[in-house]
Design a protein around this ligand. Structure first.
Ligand code: 1CP
Length: 344
């Protein structure tokens, strides 16, 4: 069968005049319809675990804008919760988790085989979406990369420099590596279950990869992503994987080859010419408009969007932001970005 979905064609290496487009955090607080559904659910976690409402917020940006892909509405921190960590969100501040800095806390975690008990509503969301999405829209499942998930499990919250995770990595390497292995195994099962429920692509978000340097980047960003990607490909041949080692800098070079991912997502610190020469040579790339343009809009948004599309036009490319859209973004700027990409 000839593949008709634009996103899957890009992931298979096809160069298209108009690249497929979607946006990180496309279901989110910048949209009034998202805020209304979230209020109906009560709070963020209740929204994640309510399959009908989670499917509804996933579909909202598809209806409004006709993106080429929908990303499952969930969060990377559901995996720690499924492994037995306490998780809650403090309004205006962000996530909080029970911490893991001692062997006894690690030993109290649940086995990987227990995660589906907590995560089964997420698979139901995927099933609803694979029935309801338009035929041309690709459904993306996702999980956090082990390092990024571990930074939250160790610190109990988001941290500017991932200091507590680095301290454990250096202070009790065996415990740190045991935790990473547990998350890696859980992530393989979680992503596999999403694929079995209907996800057509999976993305691994390593938001804090940039704070790992040198050998640590190889061991704790590249290697877990390779293990997960290889396991997914062994179990589900033909399912493409997108890797996002955010702010990896030089670490982007060779990342696709070393891990086996089909596409590397770029943050917006990466310059276009450099990315063409050093990353797109290995295959599909995704990105990388600065999300601040979704707040400021105007001619600068149009110019920068065109510059990106043109720079990446000789290889496979998925248009996206360099990081998630922020709550203060103007929904009309999203439309302007899409119109600019599609009027090429
Ligand atoms: O109040 C709200 O409505 C919560 C805001 C929010 C949203 C919309 C959070 C809390 N998570 C999400 C959804 C989400 N998170 C998705 C859904 C799909 C999409 O539309 O993109 C995805 C893919 C994520 C992934 C995620 N969660 C990441 C990786 C990507 C990234 O942004 O770097 C991370 C680091 C998280 C943790 C998290 N969840 C929420 C917040 C505010 C944070 C960051 C916390 C911090 O570091 O302080």
């Amino acid at each position: 069968m000839v593949e008709t979905k634009k996103l899957l064609r890009a992931l298979a290496g096809e160069v298209q005049d108009v690249p497929p487009i979607w946006m990180m955090r496309q279901a989110g607080r910048y949209l009034p319809e998202y805020r209304a559904t979230r209020a109906q659910a009560g709070d963020f976690l209740s929204l994640c675990y309510n399959p009908e409402l989670a499917a509804e917020v996933t579909l909202q940006p598809i209806r409004r804008y006709g993106f080429d892909a929908a990303i499952l509405f969930a969060d990377i921190l559901l995996v720690p919760q499924a492994l037995g960590a306490d998780l809650w969100f403090v309004t205006g501040e962000g996530p909080r988790l029970s911490t893991i800095t001692q062997p006894s806390e690690f030993e109290a975690l649940k086995p990987v085989s227990d995660i589906h008990e907590t995560l089964s509503p997420i698979y139901e969301t995927v099933r609803i979406l694979s029935r309801e999405l338009p035929a041309e829209t690709t459904l993306i499942g996702f999980a956090g990369a082990p390092w990024t998930v571990a930074t939250y499990m160790i610190a109990g919250r988001g941290t500017p420099d991932q200091g507590p995770a680095h301290a454990l990595r250096e202070g009790d390497t065996a415990l740190f590596e045991a935790l990473l292995d547990r998350i890696t195994a859980a992530t393989i099962e979680y992503l596999s279950a999403q694929i079995e429920a209907g996800a057509e692509v999976v993305k691994i978000f390593d938001s804090w990869a940039g704070s790992l340097k040198g050998e640590a980047f190889q061991k704790y960003a590249v290697e877990p992503c390779r293990v997960i990607t290889q396991a997914i490909k062994a179990r589900h041949p033909g399912i493409p994987v997108i890797g996002f080692p955010r702010e990896a800098g030089e670490g982007y070079v060779g990342f696709a080859g070393a891990t086996g991912v089909d596409c590397v997502a770029l943050d917006n610190s990466v310059s276009l010419d450099w990315a063409v020469e050093h990353v797109q040579v290995d295959g599909c790339i995704q990105g990388n408009l600065a999300s601040s343009h979704m707040v400021t809009g105007g001619q600068a948004l149009v110019d920068e969007t065109r510059r990106i599309v043109d720079a990446f036009s000789n290889g496979p490319h998925i248009f996206n932001l360099g990081h998630g859209i922020t709550p203060d973004a103007d929904p009309e700027n999203v439309q302007l970005m899409i119109d600019t990409v599609r009027s090429r």
